[in-house]
Design a protein around this ligand. Structure first.
Ligand SMILES: Cc1cc2nc3c(=O)[nH]c(=O)nc-3n(C[C@H](O)[C@H](O)[C@H](O)COP(=O)(O)O)c2cc1C
Length: 217
């Protein structure tokens, strides 16, 4: 598959066949992912490949309420967890179905990605809004991992719900000081690989000269 096709057709996979993924394959994926760019080439990534079923259950139990709240807001037409005017819903129905969390013990690969904050230049940390730039030094690594997975016939999804429970997850995972939990990535051989992705056209998000300029066509 050529690079452009891979970029345009790598959709999220959340259900997997029972075929295991060899540990050697996981190492190969990480060996590809490490070529990601990062600010100052700081390479802040740390990866815990979580195999123990008890530990997997513990992190799934942390993620479940985050998922419940997410769906509650989505159902009400809101944007969950935005830092711009997010109101916690008054009531949250617990234990909404989520195959990744329900079946976490049997998912072929579960890995938690952390970022060493000491290796990230957070250029917008002092601004009067949530900092964003640091993520740019870690999420290309996560996306490289998913593209490499695709090249190996695997599929998966990047998730961030564990980050919301970082204080509780950190001791379970042995997260070092000054590290952030940035993603939990689930991988396996896809039951179905979605390739038709729903994305906005260029003219909806690109403009000439200024962000209030004429739409780019
Ligand atoms: C930063 C980031 C965080 C995400 N967090 C979650 C998550 O917590 N749970 C989940 O199921 N999917 C998560 N996703 C996957 C998105 O839902 C998915 O990329 C998006 O809906 C587009 O899906 P598609 O590529 O299949 O079209 C996340 C994706 C990104 C890039």
């Amino acid at each position: 598959m050529d690079l452009r096709t891979a970029i345009r057709t790598t959709g999220s996979v959340r259900t997997f066949t029972s075929q295991p993924v060899e540990r050697e394959t996981v190492v190969q994926l990480l060996d590809d992912a490490r070529f990601a760019p990062s600010g100052g080439n700081g390479q802040p990534w740390r990866v815990a490949v979580v195999e123990g079923p008890v530990l997997r259950r513990s992190i799934a139990d942390l993620m479940q309420p985050v998922w419940d709240e997410y769906l509650e807001i989505r159902a009400a037409g809101g944007q969950p967890y935005t830092v711009v005017g997010y109101d916690v819903p008054a009531t949250i129905t617990p234990n909404k179905p989520n195959a990744l969390l329900h079946d976490i013990e049997s998912i072929p690969v579960v890995m938690v990605i952390a970022a060493d904050l000491g290796k990230i230049a957070m250029m917008d940390a002092e601004l009067d809004r949530a900092p964003m730039t640091g993520g740019g030094s870690i999420y290309p690594f996560c996306w490289n991992l998913l593209l490499s997975a695709r090249a190996h016939g695997l599929g998966g999804v990047m998730t961030t719900f564990l980050s919301r429970r970082e204080p509780e997850a950190a001791p379970l995972l042995g997260l070092p000081p000054d590290h952030a939990l940035v993603a939990t990535i689930f991988l396996g051989y896809p039951e179905h690989q979605p390739t038709k992705l729903s994305r906005h056209p260029v003219s909806m998000f690109a403009t000439l000269d200024r962000f209030d300029g004429e739409a780019l066509r």
